[in-house]
Write a protein that binds this ligand. Structure first.
Ligand code: PLP
Length: 417
């Protein structure tokens, strides 16, 4: 018998792979790894359909896929998996977190009003500035930790409210539930958008808190290894989903098949990675606070937003920041660490240290940073999965080298007054 199967003996075409349930049936750590696929060879890992085009059955029968800009089975599989994990009716995978925000921003029309926080990710701030300068979108930055301040600027013209919690890097907690209700009350057509990158679907589900759109930079916890750029957008309204898909299809910013596959692989280990990162972060936060530093971390009872955070989220995450009282001291600490890599971004398996004013948030001008009470000496720690005591020891050495602490007879360190 010929090795080449005759058409009537050929296996059926690979069906569109999917995770059939859109809502979670199991606990999230199970759902993260559990996928179902109708792949003809029952492959354990989803195949990468590295193709730009798909042949049609006939001139009139296009089949499910025709062109990868519009759709690709590997991306579909990822999107259905993400929809399930994010408690959404539809998820869309795009080429970066900022692409996700850009696609969402295309819902706006000139003259629309956007209310956004004053401690947003620098890249989001830059995009909003561009929109306000060039597209006549009216952006109002307010302290979103203050419900009254947000309510004071909400109006029937408010088209979009953009929230992050915890904010990055000041780790402020925002009342997503309360602000969403207030925005919808003031304007039922207002779209509340939450950037959930700092929490990931493991720790918070903003759609369940009432948000209309949630997006995440997949470059961070979702993929977990800093080897791809990706973004995911999730919605419950299918109408909104179609509008967002229109832009992705029109502009061609959907995630490539290979990166979709990498993101799907990464997301399967989200729970084990982030649980370890979080338990490490708890120990490090306690160590730094015990040594006398001002530490911002929602896992610490001293955090002013502690109760609010835990009313929305299932964990404190793995990003914390501290102040040293001096820019020079902070610079010395950052440069004296060894295990902690000096890098922007977070969510990677290895630990990172940065000074946001000089790195991730440098695109916010110093005057605006000062107006927003942004401490120039702030150090951000993005905790990885290493041994926590190695991480603490490395920090201890850096603090000693930076001459900001004293060591007592028992080897404990104390911040100099
Ligand atoms: N949102 C937050 C909170 C971020 O920290 C970042 C990137 O650092 C982004 C969005 C943008 O994501 P990306 O870098 O994947 O475009």
């Amino acid at each position: 018998m010929s090795a080449i199967a005759k058409p009537e003996e050929a296996k059926p075409p690979s069906p569109a792979p999917s995770s059939p349930r859109q809502k979670k049936a199991y606990a999230i750590d199970t759902e993260l790894v559990y996928t179902e696929s109708s792949d003809q060879y029952r492959s354990s890992s989803v195949p990468i359909y590295q193709t730009a085009t798909f042949k049609q059955d006939s001139l009139t029968n296009m089949g499910e896929y025709d062109y990868t800009r519009s759709g690709n089975p590997t991306r579909s599989h990822l999107e259905r998996h993400m929809a399930k994990i994010m408690n959404a009716s539809r998820a869309l995978a795009v080429s970066s977190g900022m692409t996700a925000m850009d696609v969402i921003a295309r819902l706006l029309k000139p003259g629309d009003e956007v209310i956004a926080g004053d401690d947003l990710y620098g890249g989001t701030n830059r995009l909003l500035k561009y929109l306000s300068t060039n597209q006549n979108i009216k952006v109002k930055h307010v302290d979103t930790t203050n419900n009254a301040a947000v309510e004071a600027v909400l109006s029937p013209n408010t088209r979009m409210v953009l929230l992050e919690s915890p904010t990055n890097p000041l780790i402020k907690i925002v009342d997503i539930r309360g602000l969403t209700a207030a925005a919808h009350k003031r304007n039922p057509n207002a779209i509340v958008v939450v950037d959930n990158t700092m929490m990931s679907p493991l720790l918070m589900s903003p759609l369940d808190l009432g948000a209309d759109i949630v997006y995440e930079s997949g470059t961070k916890y979702l993929s977990g290894h800093h080897d791809i750029m990706a973004g995911v957008i999730a919605v419950n309204s299918l109408e909104l989903g179609e509008q967002l898909f229109f832009t992705i299809n029109a502009s061609g910013c959907g995630l490539s098949p290979f990166d979709s596959w990498l993101l799907l692989r990464g997301v399967k280990t989200l729970a084990v990675r982030l649980e370890k990162q979080q338990s490490n972060a708890e120990l490090i936060a306690a160590f730094l606070e015990g040594a006398g530093f001002k530490v911002r971390y929602p896992g610490l009872k001293s955090h002013p937003g502690y109760d609010l955070h835990w009313s929305m989220a299932r964990g404190a995450g793995a990003v914390l920041s501290l102040e040293t009282g001096s820019v020079e001291v902070s610079e010395r600490i950052v440069e004296a660490t060894r295990i902690w890599g000096i890098s922007v971004s977070f969510g990677c398996v290895n630990s990172l240290i940065s000074m946001p004013c000089k790195m991730s948030h440098a695109s916010i001008d110093p005057k605006t940073r000062a107006e927003r009470d942004f401490p120039e000496d702030l150090i951000r720690l993005c905790v990885g999965i290493e041994n926590p005591y190695d991480l603490i020891e490395d920090l201890k050495i850096a603090l000693v080298k930076a001459e900001v602490v004293t060591i007592d007879d028992e080897g404990n360190i104390h911040k100099k007054a």
